[in-house]
Design a protein around this ligand. Structure first.
Ligand code: FAD
Ligand code: UDP
Length: 370
């Protein structure tokens, strides 16, 4: 008899497994339907011996000291600041849009104050910033919106930015200075030996049993457990009772090229051309030295593994109906990006899992010592 069955060995499931086993001494079985742990953060060596991310580029960044200090028990870090270029009108320019982006794209020599005025002259008046279109046109105007955001977003999400919640494009700021970092968080680093190694250390505890290639539907009635943590899609848990919650998927095409470097930065976005959204070159993230280089092309799709909850009002309303069912479940906790239908980064999921542990720890009696 296990104290806990945890469905999903990504950040949400693994953090909770670690906390429950180490802090409460409970017996945990953590399962994943895939053949590996780590969830979408899983990385591995490819045939050429290059470290790649199976499910697209994962860059760790956070402002939360407590989350860094928790994860640092399981990994050392390689400082890394993420930089992204966008191919616009045939040029590779910095995104987030900054001073250099505009000066290069329009052949100008503006300073920061002049750029602020330049944006202000183009920004549209939007009475209420509601959608992902509103956010951008209200800041930089329609032309830059069309060049950098509209096409990329339609490809990535399968809907127009005007039909997506503002939180999606609000993830990408606009700057009037020359800062070309993608993130400005106080902590930006990659796990020194990769994510998978970090997860292995997290789950290496005598009270934790890991079972991969195991789907919840195959084990739920077979393996006795007292309580359940579920980190898969919430609609699947309830057999799609109210219909399917939309999740956006991606097809990842991994390839190795016989050159030392393919592009100047880790990620190049393609908002105007190509069927893929972006190309990632991992050596920039990992610092690995190798005569060859490995790349991933991301092709968005409606079919396939669920990767992104799609933030729009009707989806949130459907999620709320599932959430009400979840709240009525006894001895089941729903955690993570798919089960709580939130477009969360890794650090936010770690924070959510640690907060869930504190709630569980407060709600349940401590098991007898020993
Ligand atoms: P997941 O990692 O999805 O783990 C859930 C696990 O549950 C999966 O392994 C799944 O196989 C398993 N599962 C589901 N159903 C079942 C079932 N029925 N039975 C058994 N197992 C099941 N975040 C960042 O902070 N920085 C980034 O740069 C970044 N880049 C990203 C790029 C891409 C392309 C994507 C898709 C996400 C990115 N993220 C990034 C977000 C990050 O992946 C998530 O925040 C994080 O992985 C979520 O962890 P999780 O445990 O909630 O979910
Ligand atoms: N986005 C865009 N053009 C870009 C970069 C981002 O339109 O060059 C929009 C797009 O809708 C994307 C969202 O901003 O999905 C968030 O971008 P982010 O890089 O955070 O996406 P993620 O890494 O989560 O896929």
């Amino acid at each position: 008899m296990y104290d806990w069955l945890i469905v999903g060995a990504g950040f949400a499931g693994s953090v909770l497994a670690e906390r429950l086993a180490r802090e409460r001494g409970e017996r945990v079985l953590i399962i994943d339907r895939r053949n590996h742990i780590g969830g979408n953060a899983y990385d591995r060596l490819d045939e050429a011996g290059l470290l790649i991310h199976q499910y697209g580029p994962h860059i760790f960044h956070t402002n939360a000291e407590a989350i860094v200090s928790y994860l640092s028990r399981f990994t050392a870090w390689r400082p890394y600041e993420h930089r992204v270029l966008a191919m616009v009108d045939g040029q590779a320019v910095p995104i987030p849009i900054n001073l250099d982006t505009i000066n290069r794209l329009y052949g100008l020599a503006l300073g920061p104050d002049e750029l602020a005025a330049w944006f202000a002259a183009r920004a549209e008046t939007v009475p209420e910033i509601r959608t992902s279109e509103d956010v951008v046109v209200a800041t930089v105007g329609r032309e830059l919106y069309e060049k950098f955001f509209r096409g990329y977003t339609r490809k990535q999400w399968g809907v127009d930015p005007s039909e997506l919640d503002r939180q999606v494009t609000a993830r990408v700021p606009t700057r009037t200075n020359r800062d070309d970092r993608y993130f400005t968080d106080t902590f930006q680093s990659m796990p020194a030996e990769g994510y998978t190694r970090m997860f292995e250390r997290m789950l290496a505890h005598p009270n934790i049993h890991v079972m991969t290639n195991a789907d919840f539907s195959d084990v739920r009635d077979v393996i006795p457990h007292r309580r359940l943590i579920y980190t898969g899609p919430i609609d699947a848990f309830f057999d799609y009772r109210y219909g399917r919650l939309p999740y956006r998927s991606l097809r990842f095409v991994h390839t190795t090229r016989d050159v030392a470097q393919h592009q100047p930065v880790a990620v190049v976005n393609y908002p105007q051309t190509e069927a893929y959204t972006r190309i990632t070159e991992y050596k920039h993230l990992t610092g690995q030295e190798h005569p060859k280089t490995s790349l991933t092309f991301e092709y968005p799709s409606a079919e396939g593994d669920p990767y992104y909850p799609i933030p729009r009002p009707e989806n949130q309303a459907l999620f709320k109906r599932y959430e009400a069912l979840a709240q009525a479940e006894r001895n089941v906790w729903f955690v993570g990006r798919l089960a709580t239908y939130r477009y969360y980064n890794m650090d936010q999921i770690v924070g959510q899992a640690l907060a869930t542990f504190r709630r569980i720890d407060a709600a349940l009696e401590r098991p007898a010592a020993g």
